[in-house]
Ligand binder design. Structure first.
Ligand code: HEM
Length: 168
């Protein structure tokens, strides 16, 4: 599944140290840009939907949530290059897929977040093309892991709907 070379794994781990020097600040920069560019995503957050971007900057819950996203990526990047990379990544991102499916997060929203994350890490790390390519591959893998359980969850819902239709 993971098609990153050893060299690319090293590049990802090295570049990741830069945003990880300030996990909360990096997470906030990502979320603020995400909400600014794609405001419909803010409406999914009960605690944030009625707050302006300026208000969010001083909101403790916003800071906490920003850190949680960065910590999830940190957990994933830590397991890269180990014997258990694939099952560990699978576990981390299946959990994300399932908890977010319940909230009705669409594939489009994931893609919007991916675009913003890549843009921010590429800029803060001043990445070269090779590092950028490694990060793009990492994000593709993560997104593939998120979409697998989503497809299963959707077909489960589809199956239950067919069952309801047949039984009625
Ligand atoms: C790879 C992408 C993502 C990661 C790693 C991630 C990570 C997390 C984590 C760790 C949590 C808290 C634990 C949980 O409830 O699952 C969470 C909650 C949440 N996420 Fe995400 N997320 C991602 C994408 C998205 C996207 C695209 C949206 C779109 C709006 C979103 C909206 C939410 C919401 C609404 C919550 C609940 C916040 C609350 O009320 O506490 N997430 N996310």
């Amino acid at each position: 599944m993971m098609e990153l070379s050893d060299f690319e794994v090293i590049e990802i781990k090295n570049t990741w140290k830069i945003p990880m020097a300030d996990p909360s600040g990096s997470g906030q920069a990502i979320l603020l840009k995400f909400f600014e560019r794609y405001p419909h995503n803010k409406l999914k957050f009960q605690d944030f939907k009625d707050q302006s971007l300026d208000q969010l900057k001083t909101c403790p819950k916003f800071k906490a949530h920003a850190s949680r996203i960065v910590r999830t990526f940190n957990e994933a990047i830590n397991v890269l290059g180990t014997d258990y990379t694939d099952p560990a990544l699978h576990e981390i991102f299946s959990k994300v897929a399932i908890s977010h499916h319940k909230r009705g997060i669409s594939k489009a929203s994931y893609n919007e977040l991916k675009e913003v994350i890549l843009e921010i890490v590429v800029a803060v790390c001043e990445m070269n093309d090779c590092q950028k390519c490694a990060w793009e591959k990492l994000m593709e893998t993560i997104y593939e892991l998120i979409s697998r359980p989503l497809i299963a969850l959707k077909s489960e819902v589809g199956f239950l709907n067919i069952l309801k239709f047949v039984c009625n």
